[in-house]
Write a protein that binds this ligand. Structure first.
Ligand code: FAD
Length: 394
């Protein structure tokens, strides 16, 4: 009987496991994958998250690999509308850190490996959770033949899926496409979305240094962020989901809207359609949701992973308290649920604002938008905007 089993070894599940292990709790992670995902996803790590990574003992290593973004600028029609300095945000980390998600995950996995050498069970997919009142049993996915030799062939194959383990609490960190939230009967509702984008990483031509640049153009937004190792990410709003687009299509789109001629890249672009969702509760009995399993937030504004980490740093002490003081568990976890869903709603609203600002605009609408951006880039509003973009209020 473990204290906690975490289902899902993505950035949120592993960070939570590190924080729990550091508190001396007996924690195990079940992860379906046998190899890390190399998909292009999160790059931006905001100052509050750096504080969390520091608690987990990995801030220095992440900083050593990453690029520090100290300023962001907004451009339109070849003019700079405004510039935002993240240095005005107080605290130990007055900048946004850029590191590809798979590298951040590797740092976190290595840290968890040092804290709990056999704590991560890869190649183990979880099919169902059974809350037994005093503990939760975790059973394997149907049809799974894990590297561990587990054969869960299911009803047709005879035996029911075997129990993989049991714990006082189970944390569901299986991501936006995970099935456990629905399987245990927790509803979720959409919070808007639908916009589509195309993105790819290119060699960095160097003209923007380490600045993040948003091009608010007539045809729609183009965003550009520095990455480590002399690379830069370019993201463009598209009118439809361009699943078959080539790197040349993205380069042409960027050139047409901004005039920027991107260098050759052999990267395959990724297209994505924004979905935002929020679970109706993050706690059900002894089962708790974190990260994308609880709230899916638009990548525009770069908040999803950061929001999940802020869940994790709130959940670790809440779980430790619930285990130590079982009579207070209900109240403690209800507080986690209330606070973290409130933060998720704020993040979804902010992402909705970011997406709306980046939609195509002409004539009066374009002039109004550009005027609003100029205003927001002046003191004192620029301080508030910098706080919003660095997730200070989440
Ligand atoms: C294009 C794009 C750009 C983004 N940019 C940013 C950004 O700049 N900043 C930011 O903060 N966020 C960003 N995000 C969001 C970020 O990628 C996610 O919020 C983050 O990955 C969520 O982490 P997670 O651990 O909750 O879920 P995931 O990363 O999805 O991890 C879930 C894990 O659970 C495992 N799993 C699933 N089901 C099971 C099961 N049944 N049994 C066992 N294991 C299971 C999966 O294999 C996976 O490893 C971006 C997303 C996209 C798509």
């Amino acid at each position: 009987m473990r204290d906690v089993i975490v289902v899902g070894g993505g950035p949120v599940g592993i960070l939570l496991a590190c924080l729990l292990a550091e508190r001396g709790l007996d924690v195990e992670v079940f992860e379906r994958r046998t190899e890390p995902s190399m998909l292009s996803r999160a790059i931006g790590i905001h100052p509050p998250s750096m504080g969390v990574l520091r608690q987990a003992g990995v801030a220095e290593e992440v900083l050593a690999r990453a690029v520090r973004i100290e300023t962001g600028s907004v451009q339109s029609g070849g003019h700079t509308l405004g510039r935002l300095s993240f240095a005005q945000t107080t605290g130990l980390f007055p900048f946004v850190v850029a590191l590809p998600q798979h590298e951040t995950e590797a740092v976190l996995r290595a840290r968890f490996g040092r804290l709990r050498p056999h704590g991560l069970r890869s190649g183990v997919g979880v099919g169902m959770l059974h809350d037994r009142g005093g503990h939760v049993d975790v059973s394997a996915e149907l049809g799974l033949v894990a590297e561990t030799g587990v054969d869960a062939s299911g009803p047709e194959g005879g035996a029911a899926p075997p129990v993989l383990g049991s714990a006082r609490y189970v944390v569901v960190a299986d991501g936006a496409h995970g099935r456990l939230r629905d399987a245990v009967g927790i509803a979720s509702r959409p919070l808007g979305g639908g916009d589509t984008y195309l993105m790819a990483d290119y060699p960095d031509a160097g003209e923007h240094g380490t600045e993040a640049v948003l091009f608010f153009e007539r045809g729609g937004v183009v965003e550009s962020f520095p990455l480590p190792d002399g690379r830069r990410r370019w993201v463009a709003l598209t009118s439809t989901l361009m699943t078959d687009a080539s790197i040349d299509d993205l380069s042409a789109l960027v050139r047409e809207r901004t005039g920027v001629l991107l260098p050759f890249s052999d990267a395959a672009p990724a297209s994505f359609s924004v979905r935002q969702r929020l679970a109706s509760t993050m706690v059900q009995g002894r089962m708790v949701l974190v990260g994308d399993a609880a709230h899916e937030i638009s990548p525009i504004g770069g908040q999803g992973m950061n929001l999940g980490w802020l869940d994790a740093v709130a959940l670790a002490p809440a779980l430790a308290h619930a285990l130590a003081q079982p009579t207070e568990a209900g109240v403690t976890l209800a507080g986690y649920d209330r606070r973290r869903r409130r933060s998720a709603r704020m993040a979804a609203r902010q992402a909705g604002f970011n997406m709306a600002m980046g939609r195509p605009a002409r004539g009066l609408r374009l002039r109004l938008r550009n005027g609003a951006v100029r205003l927001l880039a002046q003191p004192p509003l620029n301080g508030l905007l910098a706080r919003a973009f660095t997730m200070r209020w989440l």
